[in-house]
Design a protein around this ligand. Structure first.
Ligand SMILES: [Zn+2]
Length: 164
């Protein structure tokens, strides 16, 4: 006798599929999952490519929300996502600082090019100053707030160079 892992329905005529769910639950999963999966994929690719820490922060939050959806099923033994949502939750936490470091690395490269294109010294200095402020603003998002100190001193050096 089969039991649906999702609604716990069981009976002589209950059939479950490869996921271990009945037809009715499977239809719900088929409707609900694709948008969550699409957002999940989008978030992953944006987290890897963005140079904007605000975008990174928003996408990390949004990704967590999608994982919560998948985790609800995981806790019932229904695996809709590989790696598992609980493994992904752990990765998100342990890699948190490196996402921010990568993001600021990219932003710093763009900044270094951008300042050479700016015409006046004050606009160059302002631009670098804003970047340093941005680092200070997002430090608190990190597990180890000193993770960005290397980046901050590089930006400070650039600032000193242009303000001299
Ligand atoms: Zn069911």
């Amino acid at each position: 006798m089969a039991t649906c892992k999702n609604c716990r329905k069981s009976g002589l005529f209950t059939k479950v599929n490869g996921l271990g769910v009945c037809d009715r639950c499977n239809s719900i999963i088929n409707i609900e999952t694709p948008p969550h999966f699409r957002i999940y994929k989008d978030c992953c690719s944006i987290i890897e490519t963005t140079e904007n820490p605000e975008t990174l922060k928003n996408r990390l939050d949004l990704l967590k929300k999608q994982l919560e959806y998948f985790h609800t099923y995981e806790s019932k033994g229904i695996n809709l996502l590989t790696p598992s949502p609980s493994a992904l939750f752990q990765t998100l936490e342990s890699e948190r600082d490196s996402y921010y470091i990568e993001c600021f690395e990219k932003a710093f490269k763009t900044l270094a090019v951008k300042v050479t294109e700016l015409k006046t010294k004050s606009s160059q200095v302002n631009r670098i100053e804003k970047f340093i402020q941005l680092i200070d603003e997002y430090k608190s998002e990190l597990i180890d707030s000193s993770s960005l100190s290397g980046m901050r001193s590089r930006a400070q050096k650039l600032f000193d160079l242009y303000s001299a």
